[in-house]
Design a protein around this ligand. Sequence first.
Ligand code: ZN
Ligand code: ZN
Length: 235
Amino acid sequence: MMRGISSLSPSRTTSNSSTTQTSSPTRNSRELRTSSRKPAATRDEDAIALYNKWKITKDRPITYTPANSSPEPWNTKAAHAFVLAVELHNRDFERYALSQFVQNCGFMPFGPWTYIEKTTELYSAVRLFSNHWVAWNLKISDGHAKEYEGLAAANLVDQVPREVRDPRIYDLEHWYELCGHRFHTGCQHDPIMRQERMLAAANKRAKAPLPEVGGDEEQRMQQETAAPTEPRSPV
Ligand SMILES: [Zn+2]
Ligand SMILES: [Zn+2]
């Protein structure tokens, strides 16, 4: 972990020191997952149905679109589908389920947050996203978002910087990489940052010295537009 940067993983931040965790959790998370204690009996029937449907279509992850929500049961069971995908070791379905979760998390009638904190591994992509979502919502509501009270992720709110992003806009990949462990802006998965960099680069190009075409031409054009010439009489 990098020093001085907020971690999105609440239960690690409460332990005594940084010396206890030296290795990067991201790459190890597969091992954590495969040692999952969830037997097949806990699998959700809706999630299984979603998986069976997806097996036929093999849809690619969706791209977040503001104010859109997916048909049921994605609206309520995207987190369950993610958990199922992890159990099945199906990375493609997992990413698809995560993309559905990101799309729908603002519309979920029953908050999946407790389910996620109880069921998913600390560094799983859906958990990191969920942590960010909960803390971000609490931050922007000034602590008034009641549905997030009592969650472990609520403890992260003090770490949220002022310029934190809506986590839904990040590329999905963000939640699978180390940058997804921290509240910050400015990684390559942040589309606002990418846009700003593009604009800055374009500005730089625009400011590069150009041949002098300026003054006269501009004045001439202004005069022309200010005083339109009268239609000429035919000769
Ligand atoms: Zn990132
Ligand atoms: Zn980053």
